[in-house]
Write a new protein. Structure first.
Ligand SMILES: [Fe+2]
Length: 482
């Protein structure tokens, strides 16, 4: 059974981020008891949630993928059945207005109002949609309807990140966030299992930069200070806002009023500037900002860490390295090949080395989350190998960083995979146990499937056939039933 709830007009455009499977869907759908090919493992009991941009009335002249209003797509799985599928816009004030609904408001200190579009997690019994750049998280209910903005029970000020990392032992969420109103300060925070931030450390950088992700080990936080710098279109303004934090009353007023003023033509105020240099900071988790040690690296940008871990006095960081980003504006993010890379920082010698791990064009790397901050062997990422002239992926990779080998699942001619995540069959099982799952857009039907593969063999386990298309988006997670 399928029902359609809300809808918005579809834009028609030459903008490649509004075309093909980047284009938004117009309808919110609820469907029950979805058809399945294969058998869903009985240990899967929870929700697969994934979020991405689904712009509600974009300007084709200026629209950029990172700035579309967020829509979450979710599947409830249990009893070896695909019990429901839902997709819902995150109801920011602007989205609510566009849908003709009343915006319910809520806490505003968590950041600027924006329909979070980058990641969706479960933490402390809540479902949270997340973005960066000072935007506030949004809380959703179990069926993906918007509860309202979240400030983590009053403990969050001025934005979070889309890439928190859960320590697998403590269950706490570690994060590095930034906000252009904070000038050159990056903020490390730890959110307890009660959903409240218990610790914050502001870390001075060389300037005001974009920070999409960070890395975590058992004892250290790793901060990327990379050359994507604030650009307000004027050198004096850039210098001023990179060295002066906005006074708290002004920042508070800007956050509290942000639901009223939401420009249709939002632009990212950042650009590539290799003269800024590039470095990775190593902060002991429980120490102050004065204890950060910086390691200079070749200029690059990191959107996503695969994982990091300690090896004696050395810290190993595996991530997808972009040779550059935002060189020619924001609609062609990377020049060169984003590929899996390893940095090894030696705390004893103060030196850092770097080396490629896999030179295939890839992104959205994910690891078995039970190994966050611990030594891993496998990473899953999506790649574009067979169709070099499109922006969509066509392949799933499983990189074995121990042997240096890579296994490949090609969807060439059949579909476009989004990020795949790993779900173990239970606690304490081996790293390649369980399944990996992700949405795959099918050209033939114009709809998407949830594809579930064996994490060890990459053999097909099950496919859930959705009644709708899931546009290319960003990140997702498995949220087990409590
Ligand atoms: Fe991301």
């Amino acid at each position: 059974m399928t029902s359609t709830q809300r809808s918005a007009p579809l834009p028609v455009s030459e903008n490649h981020y509004l075309a093909g499977n980047f284009g938004p869907v117009a309808q919110e759908v609820t469907a029950y008891d979805l058809p399945v090919t294969g058998s869903i493992p009985d240990y899967l009991d929870g929700r697969f949630l994934r979020i991405g941009p689904n712009p509600i009335d974009p300007n084709p002249e200026t629209y950029q993928w990172f700035l579309g209003e967020g829509m979450v797509h979710g599947l409830r799985i249990g009893d070896s059945r695909a019990q429901w599928y839902r997709n819902r816009w995150v109801r920011s004030a602007r989205v609510a207005r566009a849908l003709g609904e009343e915006w319910r408001g809520g806490p505003w200190r968590g950041g600027f109002d924006f329909a979070a579009n980058t990641n969706i997690i479960g933490h402390a019994g809540r479902t949270l949609a997340l973005t960066e750049t000072g935007a506030r998280p949004y809380e959703l209910d179990d069926e993906l309807d918007t509860v309202g903005p979240s400030d983590f029970c009053g403990s969050l000020r001025g934005g979070y990140t889309a890439h928190p990392k859960r320590d697998p032992v403590s269950g706490e969420l570690h994060a590095v966030s930034y906000n252009p109103l904070r000038a050159n300060l990056a903020r490390y925070s730890v959110t307890g299992v009660d959903g409240r931030i218990r610790r914050e450390v502001d870390i001075p950088l060389r300037g005001s930069v974009m920070i999409h992700d960070f890395a975590l080990t058992e004892n250290y936080v790793l901060i990327y200070d990379l050359p994507v710098v604030l650009d307000l279109g004027n050198k004096l303004l850039n210098r001023f806002f990179s060295t002066h934090s906005t006074p708290s009353p002004l920042a508070a007023a800007a956050m509290s009023l942000s639901h009223r003023v939401q420009p249709k033509n939002l632009q990212l105020p950042y650009r590539w500037d290799p003269s800024y240099g590039a470095r990775i900071g190593v902060l002991p988790r429980e120490r102050t900002a004065a204890k950060v040690r910086w390691f200079e690296i070749e200029p690059c940008f990191v959107y996503h860490t695969l994982n990091a871990y300690e090896e004696g006095q050395r810290i190993v960081i595996d991530a997808v390295r972009h040779p550059s980003t935002f060189v020619n504006g924001h609609n062609e993010p990377t020049i060169g090949v984003p590929a899996l890379h390893r940095w090894t920082a030696d705390l004893a010698t103060g030196r850092i080395t770097e080396a490629p791990l896999d030179d295939r064009r890839q992104e959205f790397p994910r690891v078995d989350e039970r190994l966050i901050g611990r030594r891993h062997r496998f990473g899953y990422s999506v790649a574009r190998l067979n169709v070099p002239d499109t922006r969509s992926a066509d392949t799933l990779l499983r990189n074995d960083v121990t042997t240096g080998t890579t296994e490949v699942v090609s969807f060439d001619g059949d579909g476009e995979p989004g990020e795949f995540i790993h779900v173990p069959s239970g606690p304490g099982t081996p790293e390649d146990d369980g399944v990996v799952m992700g949405f795959v857009y099918r050209h033939e039907t114009g709809r998407s499937d949830l594809v579930i593969l064996d994490a060890g063999t990459l053999d097909h386990v099950a496919t859930v056939h959705l009644p709708a298309r899931v546009p290319n988006g960003f990140h997702g997670n498995w949220v087990p039933t409590a």
